[in-house]
Design a binder for this molecule. Structure first.
Ligand SMILES: [Fe+2]
Ligand SMILES: [Fe+2]
Length: 250
């Protein structure tokens, strides 16, 4: 629970940004539809995990988990579509994005060749983060009872996912389950850092190119304009040497 509290603390610090995201109707719709995609993709991946695991109990739990995530995807998609239909004004394109990561981060999951221990540790960390974040979101959509009801329902499922993954991890890996969770947590943080660095790199690249445009281009434009003023206007007589008959077609 300590990590859930920590996640909630981080999200509490980011609360003004979360509020800014959820306040706008357009951003709210985009966020719900983005969640729908993440939940559905995560559900498909967990379904694949149910197919490949050799453990019968895990197969049943993965299957129930996958059904939950696919159901979450449907709930988010239907609510997003409903809000989209209800919107009369066109979405503003400025600042319409989402500066914060989504609920689960289940899009990072990789099933093929992954041992159940690593997968359970990854799922546990992701579900814990989702539970903390959805708890914040449900407060921010108090003005929208149907969306809030969806977060209530999903939050209940995420807490179950968070708990069963931890219990099962402890069952199949009683000696290393704690270190597995720490590794999964470190890997998740590392992926976040990489994503942030990539986004920052793209931003800095765009800023640098804009700066080059405004700093390097004006002197050349000024030199070209100055050279143009020195050129005589209209037709100019050619030199006498050029009047000699050509000896070559060039
Ligand atoms: Fe979910
Ligand atoms: Fe979940």
């Amino acid at each position: 629970m300590a990590t859930a509290a920590r996640t909630a603390r981080i999200d509490r610090v980011l609360r003004p940004v979360h509020r800014w995201v959820w306040r706008d109707g357009g951003r709210r719709v985009r966020k719900l539809l983005a969640f729908a995609d993440v939940e559905t993709d995560g559900g498909r991946d967990i379904l694949r995990a149910a197919e490949v695991t050799p453990d019968p109990l895990l197969r049943r739990l993965y299957l129930a988990h996958a059904i939950d995530e696919l159901h979450h995807g449907v709930l988010f998609r239907e609510r997003g579509a409903e809000l989209l239909r209800a919107r009369s004004e066109p979405a503003s394109s400025l600042f319409n994005g989402n500066p914060l990561p989504g609920g689960h981060g289940l899009d990072d999951v990789s099933i093929e060749g992954e041992a159940d221990t690593r997968l359970l540790a990854f799922l546990h960390v992701a579900e814990k983060a989702a539970a903390g974040r959805f708890a914040v979101y449900r407060e921010l959509v108090a003005d929208d009872p149907p969306t809030r009801a969806i977060f209530d329902e999903i939050l209940h499922d995420e807490v179950f996912h968070m708990n069963y993954t931890y219990t099962q991890l402890a069952r199949i890996s009683p000696r290393t389950y704690r270190s597995q969770v720490w590794l999964a947590r470190a890997s998740r943080v590392w992926h976040r850092v990489l994503r942030l660095a990539a986004a920052l790199g793209a931003l800095m690249g765009a800023a640098f190119l804009t700066l080059l445009y405004f700093v390097l281009l004006p002197p050349f434009a000024w030199l070209a304009r100055r050279a143009a003023t020195r050129e005589p206007g209209g037709w100019a007589p050619i030199s006498a040497r050029a009047e000699a008959p050509p000896t070559s077609q060039y």
